[in-house]
Design a protein around this ligand. Sequence first.
Ligand code: SAH
Length: 475
Amino acid sequence: MSAPNEPGWFPIALRLRDARVLVVGGGGIALNKIRLLLAHAARVEVLAPTLDDALTALRDAGDIHHIPAEAHPDQLDTLLPGCRLVYAATDDRTVNRAVAARADALNIPVCAVDDPTPSSFITPAQIHRGPVRIAISTGGAAPVLARRLRERIEAVMPAGLDGLARFLRDARAHVVTRCPDIDRRRRVWEAFLDGRGAEAAQRGNTETARQILDHLLDDTPVTGEVWLVGAGPGDPDLLTLRALHLMQNADSVLYDQLLPPDLLDRVRRDATRVFVGKQRDRHTMPQEQINAELIRRARMGERVLRLKGGDPFIFGRGGEEIEALMQAGIPFQVVPGITAASGCAAYAGIPLTHRDCAQSCLFVTGHARKDGTLDLPWARMAGSGQTIAIYMGVNALPDLCAMLVRHGLPPDWPAAIIERGTRPDQRVLTGTLDTLPHLARASNIGSPALILVGEVVRHRVVSSSFSEEKEAKRL
Ligand code: SAH
């Protein structure tokens, strides 16, 4: 709430297309404003004895009109009448104030850049997404704060917002004709925005969006959609913006791995949560049953979030799920996530590739077959010049290390294991193929953990937030 003596600035959206705008100043300060004005199709006239290089280029391209003169009062009196706005944007505050006084006397809105006192308007920080404009103003009190807020808002705005806004604008007349009742129309728009129509429009899929809109206008049920989303290795800050966006829009969420609670907390509060992973009796819902549940929910019109640790297409059975959805004719999207190898390596300070010692990186599963055998490409894995990232390998760690040695890697070949990577209780153990199994057993390393094998382990850099000391305490 603003204090009574602080009436603030009234925000409006002004049409500038083909309007004359006078900018006084020929340097960088003027350039910033001129770019903004040109983006709004204003006719920009620049009053300045000389122009810097960037502005000269704009003049040569015919984007601005240059009046090569000082801002003398008689010059201003000739130029000001008929202007919709004036920017006093020289680096000389006295000149700017003189321009502002002149424009103000003629009742032409004027902004002396970075100087609210003589200004009759100020330019807010802006976010553009097609027809959508968000303006943030601190009334000139703290432009840097306004910019920071803009960055935060930018980060949570869906990337396709401009496509959505354009779609809504183009569909408006059609909806008014089909649905003259204003209350029902509002409900149609709301259902569209809350449903998968908005998603389709954001992705530029206007045909699907149009069909969904027509279904809503006809009052016929709309099928839902499944979002196969990678949630990263655990740290919620490693979610992609798209993952977060879909998590906040889902009607139901199916999750299996023990995703950390603070990650699940980011799913829309009233979404139905369905746990399909290992239950207390160690029973996992069979894949066919998970597929059937995804399809059943989507057919009821739900936007179903299938949330998976890491990346859905890396040891995540994402491929099988989308095959089932495709066969059932259910629309779906796949959103990549940071896979455990990337997340664990980064947070443990171990590079996955290195110019000197690892030109490639192999992702393999250490999950043994039913009969307990490990059927892996040993010959390929036991080479130098590469890093091996082994998923699901905790139980088989002794066998894995022994087999790699048997196939030719030296027993003192570097290896590391990262338990609960990227989470606050992450533990990292480094050793060799010979020592790592003992170290892991002695420290009681459990799942989820990732094994890294290769000389990159020697290049480990421990950042201050994961110091050896802190780790040692946790071990
Ligand atoms: N789709 C996932 C992998 C699923 S397989 C991804 O892309 O990361 C499950 C295995 O991933 C675990 O057994 C473990 O090896 C690894 N993993 C997943 N999250 C992990 C974490 N936070 N720390 C260490 N390993 C992890």
